[in-house]
Design a protein around this ligand. Structure first.
Ligand code: ZN
Ligand code: ZN
Length: 360
């Protein structure tokens, strides 16, 4: 099979022939139909987080089960599924507490999951997935059924950006009806936080982004206001939307420590700031801690929106079918697998929300 391999950070991926083995117990082999380009893939390609090379990135995917490792699996050949990077055991105290994104003992991958080149060189399947490839072997706890009437490219979106934005609002910020919300960064995660805040009944949803091209999609998804962030003083404009009282919740989808510390200025007393974006390793910022104590504010980290994929994904699919959750309009462009480097370049253009790569 073909896979797009990163052999050097900041260099184009190389499409090479590799092979994977057989799924172990608890694993499934999936033929990938579509994979989205997430900013985490771009961060890995840029070397922001290090990691082994050569590597296969890609973790927001949908495909078809072609082989199962356990005869008793709840999945069978031919099942269409959404593939996520969330690998959890389901039984540890962390998983039992609803935080499967932080599972203390995620199941290890079997030998068959490692892709090998024709020379036998092992290639790292990043983020437990490695979906910039025609096939993957993942744990069956990473997948959720995709109904037959939903296209794979739409399903692929749900696997990372959608569940992160949804989960951050639902499980972490816990937005209540009537609350005021600001979303900083209107890319693949931020726009979905906007949708979730609208469904939660937020009274003000201010979308904030450096690119004016994000205004139309943000308003379409439920933003009541849009502020273009061109300079630091623009945070005051965003705060002015609330008549300067500040927001109940601020969700930051930008992976930048300086943006996170600036966004704290948007909070009202007692407000909560949720960190959704992943800054590069070592990115530091200074925070005036007395404000947290004086105003009772909270900074909350979240991994993958603390999503619980077996509940959240079916819920999102239901909302989509009821016309309440937008997915189709989140796709800004489609590319064939052999154009994956063009797709990655497009994913970095400010005006694009999500770029999809289709395998066939
Ligand atoms: Zn992602
Ligand atoms: Zn666990």
């Amino acid at each position: 099979m073909k896979a797009a391999i990163c052999r050097q950070f900041r260099a184009p991926l190389e499409i090479e022939t590799v092979a994977i083995g057989k799924p172990d117990a608890g694993e499934v082999k999936i033929s990938i139909d579509a994979v989205a380009i997430c900013h985490s893939d771009v961060s890995f390609i840029h070397g922001y987080w290090g990691g082994a090379l050569p590597a296969i990135y890609g973790h927001e995917a949908a495909g078809t089960v072609i082989e199962i490792g356990s005869p008793s699996s709840e999945f069978g050949k031919g099942d269409r599924v959404i593939v996520t990077l969330m690998r959890s055991c389901g039984g540890c105290s962390v998983c039992s507490g609803g935080a499967e994104a932080l599972c203390a003992i995620p199941p290890a991958s079997g030998e068959g999951a490692t892709a090998r080149t024709e020379d036998g060189e092992a290639v790292w399947s990043a983020m437990h997935t490695g979906a910039f490839a025609e096939q993957v072997i993942v744990h069956e706890r990473q997948i959720v059924r995709l109904p037959d009437d939903m296209p794979s490219d739409i399903g692929a979106l749900i696997g990372c950006g959608v569940i992160t934005g949804y989960g951050a609002v639902r499980h972490v910020a816990k937005i209540c009806k009537g609350e005021t919300v600001a979303i900083v960064g209107c890319g693949g995660v931020g726009v979905n936080a906007i949708q979730a805040a609208r469904i939660a009944g937020a009274s003000i949803i201010t979308a904030i982004d450096t690119s004016p091209s994000k205004q139309a999609i943000s308003r379409q998804l439920g933003a009541t206001d849009f502020v273009r962030l061109a300079e630091d003083a623009d945070y005051e404009k965003a705060r002015a939307v609330t008549d300067d009282t500040g927001y109940d919740a601020v969700l930051v989808a930008v992976g930048s420590a300086s943006v996170i510390s600036s966004a704290l200025r948007l909070l009202k007393p007692g407000g909560r700031l949720v960190v959704m974006g992943l800054p590069p390793s070592g990115d530091m910022s200074e925070i005036e801690m007395t404000n947290l104590a004086s105003y009772g504010q909270t900074i909350i980290g979240t991994k993958m929106g603390m999503a619980q994929i077996r509940q959240d994904i079916p819920e999102i699919i239901s909302l989509y079918r009821e016309g309440k959750w937008v997915l189709d309009e989140l796709i800004s462009g489609r590319f064939d697998f052999n154009q994956i480097n063009d797709a990655i370049a497009a994913a970095q253009q400010a005006e694009n929300v999500r770029i999809i790569v289709t395998m066939r």
